[in-house]
Design a protein around this ligand. Sequence first.
Ligand code: M6R
Length: 613
Amino acid sequence: MCGIVGYLGKANAPSVLISGLKRLEYRGYDSAGLAILDGDKVLVSKASGKVANLSERASINWPPELFKRVGTGIAHTRWATHGPPTEVNAHPHLDKTGEIALVHNGIIENYRALRARLEGKGHHFVSETDTEVLSHLIGDCDKGDLFQAVCDALHQVEGTFGIAVISSREPGKIITARRGSPIVIGVGDGEAIIASDASAIVAHTQRVIYLDDDDIATVTADSVDIRDLNNVPVTREIAELGLDASVAEKGGYEHFMMKEIHEQPDALANAIRGRLDLQLGSSVLAGMSASQRELAELSRVVMVGCGTSLHAAMVGEYAFEDLADIHAEVQQAAEFRYRNPIIGNRDFVVAISQSGETADTLAAVKEAQQKGAFVMSLVNVVGSTIARETGRGVYLHAGPEISVASTKAFTCQVSVLLMMALKLGRGRRYSREEGLKLAREIDSIPELVNRVIAKNDLIAEIAENYVKDEHAFFIGRGPMYPVALEGALKLKEISYIHAEGYHAAELKHGPIALLQPGTPVIAVACEGPAKDKTLGNVEECRARGARILGIITEGDTNAEEVMDDFISIPKAHPLVATIPAVVALQIFSYHVARLRGCEIDQPRNLAKSVTVE
Ligand code: M6R
């Protein structure tokens, strides 16, 4: 949510900043801006809308020489929280003197009180943002030492921040700090690049430093000095990113979403590789770092997450109960800490998040830790806040996910949850033979997904029949129920079709009133104990004239007969089949959205990682 880039070094700052912003645009894209130091002045350019607008604006407003000179600057792409996405609300914001510029991710919760106090001292604000208040506060604290001014200001702030600050009075440095919103510093050869995530850094260097909460760093082209907010030096290791710059490019696909759908066989292979024990019929997950005995003593698995990660957790719920015979439940992360959950030291809390930055999931982690639970994370982004906060977990190894609509993260999350359930199950009631059978099925997931991706053209043709609809219902039972929810989420977020997911049995308790002749119902009715019941619910919809698209198992002629259209997926264990089934729905949603001319990778009002509650 919002992206920050800062640059110091031997290249042209505006050019580096704009290309960095383009790589971060998936995080927020309603307005953008940049500030650079030019002699004793801070020059600012902003635009509402995409980074391309900013690029155009800067090249009109600023002289061409500026795009040739070496320099220092900061930039931001915004997902609006305080005030609409106008030019005046876009970052960077200046202090009262116009000599200090700030970009900020996060929320300053006490900004109203701070603003009133500063107004009392003669400060005048032009925007509606909390960020402008912080820039004025830093200016107000500046008595000739920018680092100290930022420390003093941050001591007065409640809320979350990832910030980068420059001042024309102290050129050649950027002050950056974080609390609850990530900052990564890329350490190059005679240059440094600061960003809210590594995708803006990877084109410059592989060497990075992740700031911890309440770290504040003074960065120059050749040095990084990190302290805490009381000015005490702290040591942070330099890590290797291990990412290829091409991950942030579309690689010939029209959209990141389609690229990431196609990356799934490899992503899944990476998530699974080395984690299955095909001798013992179990899994080896170093991140579940507890003894088999400790694991056997756990009384309950509680999974927390939001959005797509929540749906993955719901598949996990079935897996833990079916395979491990352990009580499992899913809680929406935003609710978790407010409902005062009954959690103790025999509870195993799994926080699921692609980004590892989702504010609600992070808050749930802290609450579970507070209550003494055994907490671990299932995260994709290495070094992210949730991964670091839990200190124990399993990475997805799915590779960077740029498209706002999550695809490969979901399938990798489910695969890892299946392996976790298998491991727990083998310590409980699951036999070696049963374990071996499932382990082999998990091992075959990349191939199953490949076979669904091979149906891309067929699915694109089917999608043509649903392009003009404005409403759609997704139904499923058992582990296919969360698949139906995920299918509905995918379709609504990228195509803007009003799509609702329901348990297939629930439809007749109310939503069926909305069915009219021709209303599309997408029924996930793959082989499994719940299939026949789902087909019964399909008949109820057909009787009301609904048009049915089935996600069914290959060769299931009974199911084919009751569908207007169908996409078949390879036969698999019902839990494993959730993965190819969801891939079919991802591809379907993608083509519907493409045919409707939607901005697939950057749907309106959304952002990739949601770092506000
Ligand atoms: O990074 P996270 O997995 O914690 O993100 C959770 C949700 O914000 C995310 O899954 C969101 O629902 C996606 N846009 C779904 O495609």
